[in-house]
Design a protein. Structure first.
Length: 373
């Protein structure tokens, strides 16, 4: 019996590199292929048997090139004899499933469609109009989906409540897998060599709410810095905000970094102030390193940090965040138990466990395809 052929599709290659490649690489019983808008030029290309670019981008503009997208996708599915198409990220997920919406097409190609929702774009606290648009889109596309993977409890409840897909086809997986071995050898540096700092690792986009963290820093006494790792469209705006708040000497913009574990391990805490997340990797990594995680009280973050596994604050509550940061800086030893709890909790999200769950799912779907053949 031949190995099953799995095609992983994302909008951009960075998603694959950051969240999916480790799990796919660990599944040796399957042949892995990948597609994204820019994947042939990325470092991830050598981690798959074959990769190909798709005419897709973030936002609704991708619909303009739908026919070309569909033609390339169908041709590659046939050329590579794909058994399972596994889609991630909202735009790619909808485009792929819309391209394969006809049941007879899927049956003729002998494929199964799997969608991992890394955080539905409809969620409590979002605008009514956006929730309606995204909710209806997920409901429609759910009819073309064989299995739906959700990675937090809020999305699991929503998928069942709104019957996006039949309940027996909803699969809960705790995240995207953290390779705990990568974080076992990271050591503390001598703290007297630099000013203590808090760290935020996030793309500079509105939903990450960097401005809340900068405003919180401005309310705190001096003594610590804030490191911001990442890039994005709001970078210049945030640099100007730091100047306006007179904290430009305390806020260090690091850009894209490859030494995130070292930065995390030696920070006072890792902060995430987002209004929307699925199951954020920065918190998972902080927990694996035994670093204190501080995050907004939203879905995904709550899954990870409730029950004394971290510190939660209300979205947009700058005063509350400032008090937390001040207390952590002044009395870091008070959080030893929380950090130990977080390191214990992260075992549930290990790469080994997530790989095993993916292996079971793929094997089951391949067996179903062979039975129907």
């Amino acid at each position: 019996m031949k190995k099953g052929n799995i095609l992983t599709v994302t909008t951009i290659s960075r998603t694959n590199e950051a969240f999916l490649a480790d799990v796919n690489h660990s599944l040796k019983d399957f042949n892995h292929f990948a597609a994204a808008s820019d994947i042939t030029k990325s470092d991830i290309s050598n981690k798959y048997i074959e990769v190909f670019d798709l005419p897709i981008q973030r936002g609704l503009k991708s619909l303009i090139r739908y026919k070309k997208f569909q033609d390339i996708l169908l041709r590659k599915i046939i050329d590579y004899d794909i058994d399972i198409v596994h889609v991630h990220t909202p735009v790619a997920a909808f485009m792929v499933r819309f391209s394969l919406r006809d049941k007879w097409v899927r049956e003729r190609l002998k494929i199964k469609l799997v969608y991992t929702a890394h955080g539905f774009h409809f969620f409590p606290g979002n605008s009514l109009i956006k929730n309606l648009i995204y909710g209806v889109s997920e409901y429609i596309a759910g009819k073309w989906t064989d299995k739906l993977i959700v990675i937090n409890k809020t999305d699991q409840e929503s998928a069942r409540k709104y019957r996006i897909i039949e309940p027996n086809n909803i699969i809960f997986m705790p995240g995207i897998g953290v390779d705990l071995k990568k974080y076992s050898g990271i050591e503390d540096k001598v703290t007297t060599k630099y000013t203590p700092y808090f760290l935020m690792v996030a793309e500079f986009i509105p939903r990450k709410r960097h401005q809340d963290v900068l405003n919180a820093v401005a309310k705190c006494r001096t003594g610590f810095n804030l490191y911001l790792a990442g890039d994005g469209v709001l970078e210049n705006e945030l640099k100007q905000l730091a100047i306006n708040l007179n904290i430009q000497d305390r806020v260090i913009f690091l850009g894209h970094r490859s030494d995130i574990p070292d930065l995390m391990r030696n920070s006072l805490a890792v902060i995430l102030a987002s209004s929307q997340e699925g199951l954020p990797r920065s918190l998972l990594e902080a927990m694996a390193l035994g670093t204190l995680p501080i995050a907004s009280k939203i879905r995904g973050n709550v899954d990870l940090l409730e029950d004394q596994n971290g510190i939660l604050f209300d979205v947009g509550n700058v005063e509350q965040l400032a008090e937390i940061m001040e207390h952590v800086f002044r009395q870091p030893d008070n959080y030893t138990i929380i950090k130990a709890n977080a390191r214990s909790k992260i075992q549930e999200y290990s790469l080994e466990r997530i790989s095993e769950l993916h292996n079971d799912l793929y094997t089951s779907l391949i067996n179903t395809l062979n039975k129907d053949a």
